[in-house]
Write a protein that binds this ligand. Structure first.
Ligand SMILES: Nc1ncnc2c1ncn2[C@@H]1O[C@H](COP(=O)(O)OP(=O)(O)OP(=O)(O)O)[C@@H](O)[C@H]1O
Ligand SMILES: [Mg+2]
Length: 376
């Protein structure tokens, strides 16, 4: 299933060379793959021709949009056993292609195969003209190794997904430092496209993280965040991008807004006239296209039906991953309920104790120290 973009692809909204965006954070498990997949689907739904490049040897994006062991892949191209055109695989999503990952990428990362060097490696292969792709999205591995460095050098901009907490903030800081270092040398045009809270639960920790990131990196933090959503966990189990798996869920809405905000940023970065960009039009186009049955050949029926089919799912998950995903969602919301329940119980206990004390000592006993405190 190998092909290049063809004539039936809708006319791209701009005719500029492909914009390459690396999805990267030094820290692992912050949502890089989830963001890469869903932002690619949303950009494709906006009418852009998108290439997702999975350079993570974990092959997570590959297992969703292609299959492990697919070839030719990036390593075949680097070893000159294939040309890049042959490594572009069609996906089940209209307008979206993928270069699949392979475990052999680890050989490059560990230096056992030195055919990719950070100063020229990927960029040479991933430079596409406007008649091929509008966006190239790179799903990076965690930590700064040869592969991530090559991806950053190949990119025009970096989107940094993050979760909450001190370690995550540290990951963002390190990533921004790396981008600044590359700007001063190998990659003078590289910019941070934005910092995204990719798993938002509205806790105080989340609010504090937003405050800290906002004060350190003013203007870089995305206004739109991706809320925690058990549907994303279910989609992962079923190997489907969640924006296709459950189009009506809140995280799909968040991804649509994020895609529109990202497009606005790229539009400004390219110094195109403001009048040519409308946030509302973009979000409407993506929403309408996601609802079109012909947008994907993935066997997903709207709003959460099972794309793999029950038999396949049971094979994957003898214990029932659905139950796990539900339990995870439930655990978090029960956690919130427990917290508020505890606060209410402490408040009530305070009221009861205060009342009993007043009854036992008499109101004057309490009024005396209170008056003394108010007017010494
Ligand atoms: N908004 C969300 N709500 C619920 N779960 C989410 C959300 N975003 C991501 N996840 C889950 O968080 C986990 C980590 O996400 P993901 O695999 O995308 O991170 P990653 O940064 O690519 O990890 P790695 O560093 O290993 O490549 C996954 O199980 C994913 O399904
Ligand atoms: Mg990943």
């Amino acid at each position: 299933m190998t092909s290049s973009p063809n004539a039936s692809t809708p006319t791209p909204p701009t005719s500029l060379p492909a914009h390459t965006i690396a999805i990267y954070n030094h820290k692992g498990g912050v949502g890089k793959t989830t963001v890469s997949l869903n932002i690619s689907v949303c950009l494709a739904a906006a009418g852009y021709r998108v290439l997702l490049v999975d350079i993570d040897p974990q092959q997570s994006s590959t297992t969703v949009l292609s299959r492990t062991g697919a070839s030719p892949n990036l390593v075949d191209v680097i070893r000159k056993q294939a040309v890049i055109e042959d490594a572009l695989h069609e996906t089940v999503v209209r307008n979206l292609w993928i270069i699949p990952s392979t475990r052999a990428l680890t050989l490059l990362e560990t230096g056992l195969d030195d055919r990719v060097r950070p100063n020229h490696g990927l960029k040479r292969y991933l430079t596409f003209s406007e008649d091929r792709f509008d966006f190239v999205v790179i799903d990076c591995p965690p930590a700064m190794g040869l592969l991530s460095l090559s991806a950053l050098i190949a990119a025009d901009s970096v989107l940094i997904p993050t979760t909450s907490g001190a370690f995550s903030i540290q990951g963002v800081q390190r990533t921004v430092e790396t981008v600044n270092a590359l700007r001063g040398g190998l990659s003078p045009g590289l910019v941070v496209n934005g910092i995204l809270i990719s798993l938002f639960e509205g806790t105080r920790r989340d609010q504090q993280t937003i405050k800290d990131l906002g004060s350190q990196f003013s203007g870089l933090l995305y206004r739109n965040r991706i809320r925690f959503d058990p549907e994303i966990l279910k989609a992962e189990v079923k190997r489907a991008p969640s924006t296709l798996f459950n189009r009506g869920t809140h995280s799909t809405q968040d991804y649509i807004f994020l895609a529109a905000e990202l497009l606005g940023r790229v539009h400004r970065h390219r110094r195109l006239p403001d009048a040519d960009f409308s946030f509302d039009t973009v979000t409407r186009t993506i929403t309408d296209t996601l609802a079109l049955p012909e947008f994907t050949s993935l066997a997903v029926t709207p709003d959460g039906d099972d794309p793999l089919g029950k038999a396949d799912r049971d094979k994957l998950s003898p214990g029932g991953y659905d139950a796990l995903a539900d339990a995870e969602g439930g655990r978090r919301s029960h956690g919130q309920v427990r917290k508020w329940g505890l606060a209410a119980a402490i408040f009530l206990a305070g009221m009861v104790c205060g009342g009993s004390l007043a009854t036992w000592l008499g109101p004057d006993a309490l009024a005396l120290p209170l008056t003394a405190w108010i007017s010494p």
